[in-house]
Ligand binder design. Sequence first.
Ligand SMILES: CC(C)(COP(=O)(O)OP(=O)(O)OC[C@H]1O[C@@H](n2cnc3c(N)ncnc32)[C@H](O)[C@@H]1OP(=O)(O)O)[C@@H](O)C(=O)NCCC(=O)NCCS
Length: 362
Amino acid sequence: MDRAAITGWGHCVPPSVITNDDLASVMDTSDEWITSRSGIKERRISHVENSDMAVVAGSRALAAAGLEPDDIDFLIVATCTGDRQIPSTACLVQAKLGTTKAAAVDINAGCTGFVYGLNIANGVIAAGTARRVLLIGVEKISAYLDFDERSTAVLFGDGAGAVVLEPALGDEGIRSMTVGSDGTLADALTATGAGTEYIGRPEPLRIVMDGREIFRNAVVQMGEAALRAVKDADLDLADVDLLIPHQANIRIIDSIVRRLDLDESKVFTNLHRYGNTSAASIPIALSEALDEGRIAPGSVVLLVAFGAGLTWGATAIRWGDRVEPLGQSDAELPPTELTGLELLIDEQRKKKAEDRARASVL
Ligand SMILES: CC(C)(COP(=O)(O)OP(=O)(O)OC[C@H]1O[C@@H](n2cnc3c(N)ncnc32)[C@H](O)[C@@H]1OP(=O)(O)O)[C@@H](O)C(=O)NCCC(=O)NCCS
């Protein structure tokens, strides 16, 4: 049975930045509070849709793998903030990217979506039902932020990351995979205002979270999943060359690193620049880690994630010989003159108007 290996990678973050000080100018918060509670300094706000960011990240991953869109036979988009409810964002991406021979599907496992996607990609490659898979994690989570909900509004940002998976040629590839969920904790991290449950109800579109419950569960489940993934790969923690955790909160990451007794030099973080980009966080971090030379031929890379559901997952990957992209894509997002703050204020204004209109007819 073939095992899947990552042969291409890329990411796309929108250009408009919003800093903690920007947020403090429109809501009751401060750079000091956000930095000390989360480690986040700034995040990106998208002026385009999820599918547009996904296409750029996907094009870059295809170029890095030396492939054309038509080489892909299975396209997976991990997202919980897709462009539309129907059809899938994956189908919109397929049309824009021109992967005409690919089956396309979305998966929603919250911030764990990318790791779940790796599991599915590994499975279809092992089963022989697909040879080349494009997996994209993407979120336009700014659309779900609400300035009145300051404990969540400061934590998230937009972006996309992508990988290409193909059958491994040697002993590289996905060496273990563990995923889990606990739906009894669904309300600990949820979005109101979207979905059939909310028809006829006045709740606005926004993320609602029990921060402490999430924090507690994230530390336990990510720690356990990481340990299981290492064990199932017949490795020791000392064999891990780079841990790429879901980029939600530096205090969660520090707790896990302490629990695993890993050297900080073996941990990749970029959340200070992007915040929590949900399903996009690990593929953006993986792509940046490769760009920065943090992954060497044969490196053992441990990915671990946690998210709404609740869901969690981890995978140990042995990298192949190639850590350089085979090619570069010239795909870019359209430019924008708008700052992150201007985009967010505009989005909030439209959402408040919609909320008022909705409440008035109920
Ligand atoms: C959200 C989180 C940062 C809050 O940190 P915390 O230390 O638990 O803070 P608390 O919820 O106890 O709030 C402490 C105070 O800060 C206030 N506060 C909340 N958000 C604030 C903000 N953005 N700015 C300033 N103050 C804020 C609260 O109102 C509270 O004030 P009070 O004591 O007067 O009531 C933290 O719980 C967390 O990171 N949880 C995990 C969230 C996450 O990663 N979710 C995604 C997982 S995929």
